[in-house]
Design a protein. Structure first.
Length: 185
């Protein structure tokens, strides 16, 4: 782990390469954890990365929100945190899910329809650490009560992830950097 002197900014911690990957999480390297610099950085704390995996699976793959609505929540969280890594990765993911660039760009401001509700939810959670009762009821009506929990958990999850990314200056993965260069939003 990086050490810093008082009043100094932490130095970046490099994503772990295969040759120094921790043996206790060897099985995670072939999956999601070995594929992205953020998880290769988190591998400096194998126990955390192992604990992270099931929640990641639920929020990214199995959320009651569905893939596209989850991406709206993740993109807005990345915007609010100022995490360029999360933004670029989830622009790529949103496109892969069939979302158009106009819908993705709308997350930067105030989109319309159901996306607006999701953006309002993210903003309320980040700004006030809670959903106002009327917004919570509307979200439950539109997406279902379990989805409201998934929205809250997704914002929390990506706030932690964004904090790790920005604290340790995790570099954008080469594939995503090329994609954003070849096909900017």
């Amino acid at each position: 782990m990086t050490r810093t002197a008082p009043d100094k900014t932490p130095e970046p911690i490099a994503p772990l390469t295969d040759d120094v990957w921790p043996e206790e999480i060897a099985e995670l390297r072939a999956g999601f954890a070995g594929a992205l610099n953020v998880y290769r950085t988190m591998a400096h704390h194998p126990e955390l990365l192992r604990a992270w995996a099931p929640l990641r699976q639920h929020l990214v793959k199995d959320s009651t929100l569905g893939a596209q609505n989850s991406e709206i929540v993740i993109l807005r969280t990345g915007v609010r945190l100022g995490s360029s890594y999360e933004w670029a990765h989830h622009v790529s993911r949103a496109r892969a899910l069939g979302m158009g660039d106009d819908r993705i760009k709308a997350v930067l401001a105030t989109p319309e329809g159901e996306d607006a509700l999701l953006v309002q939810a993210v903003d309320a959670i980040i700004d006030h650490q809670k959903l106002p009762p009327a917004l919570e009821r509307r979200l439950a009506e539109v997406f279902g009560q379990k989805a409201v929990f998934d929205i809250i958990a997704t914002v929390g999850f990506y706030t932690v992830l964004g904090t790790i990314l920005m604290t340790y200056e995790v570099p954008l993965d080469d594939r995503i950097a090329r994609e954003m260069e070849d096909n900017p939003l």
